[in-house]
Design a protein around this ligand. Structure first.
Ligand code: FE2
Length: 387
């Protein structure tokens, strides 16, 4: 959705006859969002995508969430959550609420089926690994530090070429570029930390002309099903529009820095209903001669902040490691741990990479996260006891 794309063969106008070389008609499909009111794409299939052989239940397990009770700041060592299988079956929920589910997934297996989330857009952050997504709109290659935005209703399969670790956000609506990054025509503004050229769309492949029985697992939170369809889903000869999966790598993110500390909204990447996403990437620190590079203590009194630590030296956090997730909750202040402010003085730059989501409704904690919680994290702001 950053901008209009077109690929492959298209008729001169939408909704008119578009014939195959043998004279038969291609099957047009409109992928539309928010009814007919928001972004959409038009796809041209070799055969109708409606040909369904079978529908049966899919008993996809629901996350086992508990409230953040007692309400406190928390730290989860998610590298210790064992996941296996493919990109979907490996998802282990960590935190969630009605707006978003946050999961981790580490996998090596290619998907033996297609998957379609019909509840909201998915935002996948690739921590490690590479591979590609196969979709009817084309192939989308991924590599470490990619964000992958997958619109609601996109049919896709993930094929890792090496062991892949992802942070997965299943949202309840569109994942969008913040409005303030766009001008009145939707173009990314000059002050935005990225540009249209930084986004990678899918590359349309030759249509797969196969009849048979192809499985698509459809998920809409509590509504799940396994469809068997009669044609390969990736039989598209052309498509155009604004609704398509795309990738954005953090290498392309141009962080906004300042004379004094820039708050997280300066590092915003995307937003979704009830959630805002940010990325902290290698950057120069503030240039005031007396600047304090690490953040000040603060209380986000009406949102929960979740940081996922990707790589680098996490200067302001004691005890975190790669793949750690901290939950800094509404109701409790947080800030640098003892000594971190002094240690940071005079530092000119950071090599840390971390991604963040703020949620505006309280997050609940999944059982898998509770099992890897650093139970003493909320005490980590105490001065170390002298020995
Ligand atoms: Fe914070």
């Amino acid at each position: 959705m950053p901008s209009y794309l077109r690929a492959g063969s298209l008729p001169a106008k939408r909704h008119i006859q578009f014939r195959r070389p043998n004279g038969g008609l291609y099957a047009e499909e409109l992928l539309s969002t928010q009814g007919f009111e928001s972004v959409y794409s038009l796809l041209y299939h070799l055969r109708p995508p409606t040909a369904t052989l079978d529908v049966r239940p899919w008993s996809r397990p629901s996350p086992d969430f508990s409230p953040n009770e007692p309400l406190r700041n928390r730290h989860f060592l998610t590298q210790r959550i064992e996941t296996s299988g493919d990109a979907i079956s490996a998802r282990a929920a960590v935190l969630g609420n009605a707006d978003v589910t946050i999961a981790v997934a580490e996998f090596t297996e290619p998907m033996a089926y297609f998957y379609r989330n019909v509840r909201g857009d998915e935002l996948l952050f690739v921590h490690r690994g590479s591979g590609y997504l196969q979709t009817p709109l084309g192939r989308l290659d991924y590599r470490a530090h990619d964000y992958l935005v997958i619109p609601v209703g996109t049919t896709y399969a993930v094929y890792p070429s090496e062991k892949t670790r992802m942070l997965v956000y299943e949202t309840s609506g569109p994942v969008q570029v913040p409005r303030r990054y766009r001008n009145e025509f939707g173009q990314l503004a000059e002050h935005a930390p990225y540009y249209e050229r930084d986004f990678r769309g899918p590359v349309l492949q030759e249509p797969i002309d196969e009849l048979g029985a192809f499985e698509i697992r459809v998920s809409g939170k509590e509504r799940n099903a396994i469809y068997t369809v009669a044609h390969h889903p990736c039989d598209v000869v052309g498509w155009d529009g604004y609704c398509y999966p795309y990738a954005f790598n953090l290498e392309e993110f141009a962080p906004i820095t300042g004379k004094l500390h820039q708050p997280p909204p300066a590092h915003a990447t995307f937003e979704a209903p009830g959630a805002a996403f940010c990325a902290f990437v290698p950057r120069l620190f503030d240039y005031h001669p007396l600047a304090i590079p690490v953040p000040y203590n603060h209380s986000s009194v009406d949102c929960d902040e979740v940081l996922y630590y990707v790589s680098g030296n996490f200067m302001s956090r004691r005890g975190v490691e790669e793949s750690s997730i901290t939950l800094h909750t509404a109701g409790a202040p947080h800030g640098p741990q003892p000594g971190a402010v002094e240690q940071s003085l005079g530092k000119k730059s950071t090599d840390e990479i971390a991604v963040m989501i703020d949620t505006f409704s309280p997050l609940h904690i999944a059982r898998a996260a509770s099992e890897v919680e650093d139970q003493d994290y909320y005490r980590s702001w105490l001065e170390p006891t002298a020995t």
